[in-house]
Design a protein around this ligand. Structure first.
Ligand code: NI
Ligand code: MN
Length: 226
């Protein structure tokens, strides 16, 4: 699979010719000035939760590309009010077969209020299962014992986990999360965007390496084969 990193927790994965975008936050990301949100194509957008650093560019990209936006029930209703009608509501514990494969929504331990103060439901992570591979995106979350269930649903080829601390897991907890989900290839996200979440990239990679795992930190705008 191809994974493109757009900064913060925004990335895209291509499966079966479909481009699946996650948590679009580009316009207001000071580190992503080189990325033009107006040039990003998408067949789907998956939203882990309602916080502005995960949905700021969702409405504009969804309206331009006419992609389908998948999110929890409350965010789906909010998007409909914002003029995005091609949505698919889900909620924690549920799964659905899309044209690229199956997605199961799993627990994330975080919060989810929307930018205008609307109730944003519960945050979620996603397990993707397709003929091209399997992966888990945790969304913003603390380390949680619920992650131990994840390998029982699918063995992951890779996982995308936050590492920035303060709002989410730090590097050490992300290593433990990788143990819980029984996955040794991790893409780190949700770091360095703001002062609260500064991470030393080399130290983070070494911490994973000492645990026998690989931490990938693609540059903003970079596409990797994974
Ligand atoms: Ni958040
Ligand atoms: Mn966040």
């Amino acid at each position: 699979m191809k994974l493109t990193y757009y900064g913060h927790s925004c990335f895209a994965v291509e499966i079966g010719g479909k481009k699946i975008l996650f948590d679009p936050f580009i316009t207001y990301n000071p580190l992503a000035k080189e990325v033009d949100p107006g040039s990003i194509e998408a067949d789907y957008i998956f939203l882990s939760h309602g916080h502005v650093d995960h949905i700021a560019d969702c409405v504009s990209i969804a309206q331009r590309t006419a992609c389908k936006v998948v999110a929890n029930w409350e965010i789906h209703e909010w998007l409909n009010k914002e003029g995005v009608s091609n949505t698919h509501p889900m909620n924690t514990g549920g799964k659905w077969n899309f044209d690229f494969g199956m997605v199961k929504c799993v627990v994330a331990q975080h919060s989810s209020g929307l930018p205008d103060g609307s109730y944003g439901g519960n945050p979620m992570g996603f397990i993707f299962t397709s003929t091209e591979g399997k992966f888990y995106y945790s969304g913003d979350t603390a380390l949680t014992l619920d992650m131990q269930l994840i390998p029982s649903w699918a063995e992951q080829d890779f996982a995308v986990l936050p590492i920035g601390d303060n709002f989410t897991m730090d590097v050490a907890d992300a290593v433990r999360a990788a143990d819980f989900i029984e996955c040794s290839t991790i893409v780190g996200v949700h770091y360095n965007t703001f002062g609260f979440i500064q991470v030393n990239e080399e130290e983070a990679k070494q911490t994973f390496a000492k645990a026998g795992k690989k931490l990938l930190l693609p540059s903003i705008g970079e596409t990797i084969e994974i």
